[in-house]
Design a protein around this ligand. Sequence first.
Ligand code: F6P
Length: 323
Amino acid sequence: MSEIKTIGVLTSGGDAPGMNAAVRAVVRTGIYYGFKVLGIRKGYEGLLNGDMEEMTLRSVGDIIHRGGTILQTARSAEFNTEAGVKKAISIAKVFGIDALIVIGGDGSYRGARDLSNLGLTTMCIPGTIDNDIASTEYTIGFDTALNTVQDAIDKIRDTAYSHERCSVLEVMGRRAGYIALNVAISGGAEAAILPEKEFDIDRDIIKPIIEGRNRGKKHYLVIIAEGVGGAVEIAKYIEEKTDIKTRATILGHIQRGGSPTVYDRVMASRMGAHAVQLLKDGFRNRVVSLQNGAITDFEINEALSMKKSIDEKMVELNKILAL
Ligand code: F6P
């Protein structure tokens, strides 16, 4: 096995709060162990363009508290082709990159797997607000996004209370309902509509609202996961069926930004350091993961074959607490 001297690091896919803390951990742990670390700008796109520079201890100073990613990110169409992956391998050779650390979501993991299949050592760190990577219980950015959504819910609740209204809130999560389910519980929602569960608007939204009203409720919150969508239409339907004034809010990209929470900073620091430690210890092509509170790792193909399901107990809990 060839010796690793130079590590490239990039952030890919949607940005997530805590990515900077992960980059910082990779750079500082890397330098601590004697590696040369190259920071690649704009994800795989930057790798294809050779857009990179050597990182120093100071180049990651004053970033741990910052949202977004100082390395910037992109979704590269060219890299998603066989020719693109081959080109990325050849550019990595030009710059002497022996191993690549990718911080991103499962699309970014698949890119790393393709590179590893062609012989470039890769390590992945889970970074996405969606928490939808099967091989890990936690992805960097999730906690910050939840807190951002919760802050918005608390504000919307003030208005819903004052006007005795129903609020329908659409939250991000791509095809997964982890953000939606968690904020439904933390925000005290009457209903949470998740892509993982088939849904009937009368049974799952209208009925709990009317039953709540019969028990004396005066304002209501319905959380819709982006993977289901249709918040505006759902709000209209609720108003028509119940005569309760209903407004829809689609939170959008506000959920992706902001200073990372302590949890995200610590998790990103631990995961970033773990990826470098794996390289130092001679491991290749692995993904960093949180399992039962411990940082661990899996082989990349094994990780990509895993499935993640929604926590049914939490789905049930939300229904009980909405009573
Ligand atoms: O993966 C993070 C995420 O914010 C998803 O929740 C959302 O579906 C998607 O990215 C939006 O992507 P873009 O910022 O490219 O519109």
